[in-house]
Design a protein around this ligand. Structure first.
Ligand code: SME
Length: 162
C-alpha cells in the first residue's frame, strides 16, 4: 500500500537505497505515468525535505512541467535553456552547487540555492527530466547523483509513455 511508504532514517545513501526499493515496488503495480511521476516526486520530496521536486516532460520539443511538489514553477523550458534544458540537451545529470553561478539558470523561485537535474532516458532518447531544488547551497553530491540516476533508470519505462 502506498500509505505504508516510510523510509528508515540513516545515512543519505541508506535512505536512498530504502526509497529505491519502495519506489520500484509502488510503480510496479501502476501503468499510468502521471500517477507514477506524482508518487515518485512525493516520496523524494517528503523523505529529504527538498524545496522543490518535480518532473518536466519532453513534449513537442519543449520541456513541459509535470507532477511536482513545491511552489509554482515555470511551465515551459526550451532545449539548452537553464539547468533543465542543459541536462536534456547534453543527456546527462547536472549538479549545481550554487544556482547563481550557473550561466542561464532559470530562477522559478528566489529561494532555490542549489539544484540537480537528472534526465530520464529511454532507448537513448531523453523523454523527461527530474529536477530537484534545495533552499540551501551545495545540497547535492555524488550520492544524490548516483541514486537518482539509478532510480530513474530502473523505473524509466513506468515514467514515460511507450
Ligand atoms: N531552475 C530550473 C528551472 C526549473 S525550476 O527550478 C523548478 C532551470 O534552470 O532549468
Amino acid at each position: 500500500m502506498a500509505e505504508d511508504f516510510k523510509v528508515a532514517q540513516g545515512s543519505k545513501a541508506d535512505m536512498y537505497a530504502d526509497l529505491f526499493e519502495q519506489a520500484k515496488s509502488i510503480v510496479s503495480t501502476e501503468s499510468d505515468v502521471v500517477a507514477n511521476m506524482g508518487n515518485v516526486v512525493a516520496m523524494l520530496h517528503f523523505t529529504f525535505g527538498f524545496w522543490w521536486t518535480g518532473f518536466y516532460r519532453v513534449v513537442d520539443n519543449e520541456l513541459v512541467l509535470g507532477p511536482f511538489q513545491g511552489p509554482l514553477a515555470c511551465t515551459r523550458i526550451a532545449n539548452g535553456r537553464g539547468v533543465c534544458g542543459t541536462a536534456w540537451n547534453e543527456s546527462k545529470t547536472i549538479v549545481v552547487p550554487d544556482v547563481d553561478k550557473f550561466p542561464g539558470h532559470i530562477a522559478c523561485s528566489s529561494e532555490s540555492k542549489s539544484e540537480i537535474v537528472v534526465p530520464i532516458i529511454v532507448d537513448g532518447v531523453v523523454r523527461a527530466v527530474l529536477d530537484i531544488d534545495s533552499a540551501q547551497l551545495a545540497t547535492f553530491d555524488e550520492v544524490d547523483k548516483i541514486w537518482l540516476e539509478r532510480l530513474v533508470a530502473s523505473i524509466a519505462e513506468r515514467l514515460v509513455e511507450k
